[in-house]
Design a protein around this ligand. Sequence first.
Ligand SMILES: NC(=O)c1ccc[n+]([C@@H]2O[C@H](COP(=O)([O-])OP(=O)(O)OC[C@H]3O[C@@H](n4cnc5c(N)ncnc54)[C@H](O)[C@@H]3O)[C@@H](O)[C@H]2O)c1
Length: 264
Amino acid sequence: MTRENDEARFAGKVVLITGAVGGLGRKIASDFAEEGASLLMSDRDGGALEALAGELQSMGAAVAISVGDVTREATAEAMVATALATFGRLDIAVNNAGIASSFTRLADTGPEEAERILAVNVLGVIHAMRHELRVMSEAFSHTGQHSAIVNMASVAGLVGAPNLAVYAASKHAVIGLTRSSALEYARRGIRINAVCPSFVRTPMLAAITAGQAHPDTEGLAQGVPMRRLAEPDEISIAVRFAADPRNSFMTGQALGIDGGLTAM
Ligand SMILES: NC(=O)c1ccc[n+]([C@@H]2O[C@H](COP(=O)([O-])OP(=O)(O)OC[C@H]3O[C@@H](n4cnc5c(N)ncnc54)[C@H](O)[C@@H]3O)[C@@H](O)[C@H]2O)c1
C-alpha cells in the first residue's frame, strides 16, 4: 500500500498511533500506511479499531491493534508490548488520543469533567510516553536506532482559549511534556515534537459545540486568519513531517498548524 511515485519514506518503520479511529487518528494512520509504515493502532473503541484495521489490511498494510483506555497505565504498557511482539521494534509514536471539554467558562466546568480531561489528555500522554521512551532508548543503546515521538497538542496549548480553559491547560501540559522530554532525550536518539492544530473538521468539533444553543462549527473559524477550519490531511502532513527521519535536527518544537492564528 504505497503511493505511486513515492519513495515510501516510512518503509520498514513501525508507527504507534493512539486515538487511531478518530477523525485525525484514522487519517494519520492511513497516510503512514500509504508511505510504507507498519502500524500499531490503539483506541478505546475496539469495534471501530477492528473495522479500520481490516480496511487498511485489505489495502496491503501491516496492522496490529491494542484496545484500551489511555488513562490506564496498563493500556500504554500493552500497546507498546504489542508493537514489539508483532513487529519487533517501535520507531515512531503519535500520541493523539484526546477529548475536548464542552464550551463553558471555567467556573461552569464541573470537577468530574475537569478531572476526565486532564486524565485523558495529560496522564494518557504521560503513560504512553513513559513506555515509548523506555523501548526507544533501549533500541538506541543497543542498535543506535533513532526514533521520534509526535504529541497531538493544540493551539490551545500555545495561547489562551476562552471557554476551553481546562482543555487549554491540558494541551499546555502536553507541550511542557514535549519540550522537557525532548531535552532529556536529545542525545539519546529520540526526537520529540508537538503538533498544534486550530479547529479541525472532525467528530471532536461536534463535542465542543454540543453545549451551545446554536451549534456552529464553521463559526469557530472566525478567529482564524484563513477564516476556515483545518482538514485532517493538513494536520497529518505536519505529523509526518515531524516524524520524518530526515527531519533529524528538529526536537522540542510545538508546531502551530493554524491558518495563521498564533502569528497574531
Ligand atoms: N479536532 C480539532 O479541532 C482538534 C484541534 C486541535 C487538537 N486536536 C487534538 O487532536 C487529537 C485527535 O482529535 P480528533 O479531532 O481526531 O478527535 P476525535 O474525537 O475524532 O478522536 C479522538 C479519538 O480518541 C479516542 N479516545 C478518546 N478518549 C480516549 C481514551 N480515554 N482512551 C483511548 N482512546 C480515547 C476516541 O475513541 C477517538 O477515536 C486530540 O488530542 C485533540 O485534542 C483536535
